[in-house]
Design a protein around this ligand. Structure first.
Ligand code: MN3
Length: 194
């Protein structure tokens, strides 16, 4: 049972000009695809080939973990992006107000995590022991490995923004937070965890 590359949940030009079709062509078409291909090569003929992606992530270390986690992280990242996603509502909004004060404060914490992650990695909104938190992880690391439920993420590897923003990670981060944050996806992940 090979791991497959999930289709993008939007057209390649849907996120422009925040994230260009060229970035998606490379980030999804080359980087994400390479993680899938590498993982399948590494697990082929081993007991892990029969496991789900989440089971592989929880069981593996080293190269298998890195590639499996990056497959999962990117699919999760794509699903968290949506043009014109509006504002959080309902239970998610309640928890944001309880744990951060307001939506602007949450975005400030996400921006700070994304811009201060040293080197490659990810910034996340997670549910940890019933509480919303912003965390950052290095390289392929992810909340699942730490007993946390991921609600949303932003990729801060250079390949995520270098074509469109060159070295300006803060600008990329702010544009994504202000224009592409898919609150419905975060709310759906919160509902699943209840
Ligand atoms: Mn990436």
């Amino acid at each position: 049972m090979a791991i497959t590359l999930a289709p993008l949940p939007f057209a390649q030009d849907a996120l422009a000009p925040i994230i260009s079709p060229e970035t998606l062509q490379y980030h999804y078409g080359k980087h994400h695809q390479a993680y899938v291909n590498n993982l399948n090569k590494l697990i082929d003929g081993t007991p892990l080939a029969e496991k789900s992606l989440e089971e592989i992530i929880l069981a593996a270390e080293g190269g298998v973990f890195n590639n499996a986690a990056q497959v999962w992280n990117h699919t999760f990242y794509w699903n968290g992006l949506k043009p014109g996603a509006g504002e959080p509502q309902g239970k998610l909004l309640e928890l944001i107000q309880r744990d951060f004060g307001n939506v602007a404060k949450l975005k400030e914490e996400l921006a700070a995590a994304a811009t201060t992650q040293f080197g490659s990695g990810w910034a996340w909104l997670v549910l940890d022991d019933g509480k919303l938190k912003v965390v950052k992880t290095g390289n392929a690391d992810l909340p699942l490995k730490h007993g946390q439920t991921a609600l949303w993420t932003i990729d801060v590897w250079e390949h995520a923004y270098y074509i469109d923003y060159r070295n300006e990670r803060p600008k990329y981060t702010q544009q994504v937070l202000d224009n592409l944050l898919n609150w419905d996806f975060a709310a759906a992940n919160l509902a699943k965890s209840a």
